[in-house]
Design a binder for this molecule. Sequence first.
Ligand SMILES: [Zn+2]
Length: 302
Amino acid sequence: MKAALLAQDGSVLFEARRPTGREHGTDAVVAAILDFATDLADEGRSRFGVAPLAAGVAVPGTIDEKNGIAVFSANLGWRELPLRKLLGERLAGPDGGAMPVALGHDVRSGGLAEGRLGAGRGVDRFLFIALGTGIAGAIGIDGRIEAGAHGYGGEIGHVVVRPGGPQCGCGARGCLETLASASAVSRAWAETSGDPDADAASCAAAVDAGDDRALAVWQRAVDALADGIVLAQSLLDPSTVIVGGGLAEAGDTLFTPLRAAVTGRLTFQMPPKVVPAMLKDTAASLGAGLLAWDLLSMEVTA
Ligand SMILES: [Zn+2]
């Protein structure tokens, strides 16, 4: 878990991280979240003499942002968890009034932070793609993230780029994340190299060293990713595509062939700038803080 105290202008006043403790079960994770938030609020009080005005929390899985419910997370094990209510009560002020809490999705919150504080600063239309264990995305429009009608907007990892391809956890075949996630590249490189410990980083290193087998594995992922990006370009026409997550750590080894593969596929579409994410693994926590500030500005407006 990553956490931060965030000033209204988005500057980071304090940062901390802790393990989720998920090996101890779902209840332990929820308790750890509530404890972490309480300690962070205390940190704010002791450092700045005032309690935080609002809290934001970003979690993976399916989220009901409107009702503040963490609906489902395969990794953390919860179902229908009323996280906003639990946090608001736990962070209640001395007068007993619950603290306003915003609940967000981790990748969309990360995209929000990239858009306002990171690689998307000053960009009015962007697509954020996180290449990690899976592939997730966020559609940035005018400083906010478009979550869609049901909260599934931006799920570029489940765009089918190879019909009939590898089985995806979502039930379909040939989804982008089965081909171009860090995990997919790790799997493919472990199989090709015969080294069970080989991963995406060692594949990137082998590409840099000129290994033809690694290059073939890498290019397969790059081609799939380019197909996904071109599909998104045709639908959304973003000016910038921000790529983050573990695979983006490969830097130019990824971005140089990826830009070429995207440009080579475009026909009438304008080429997007394809850039690395700037905020790394703290993006979601910063985005959660921005959601909290947005909540307060909405209250003022209302
Ligand atoms: Zn899928």
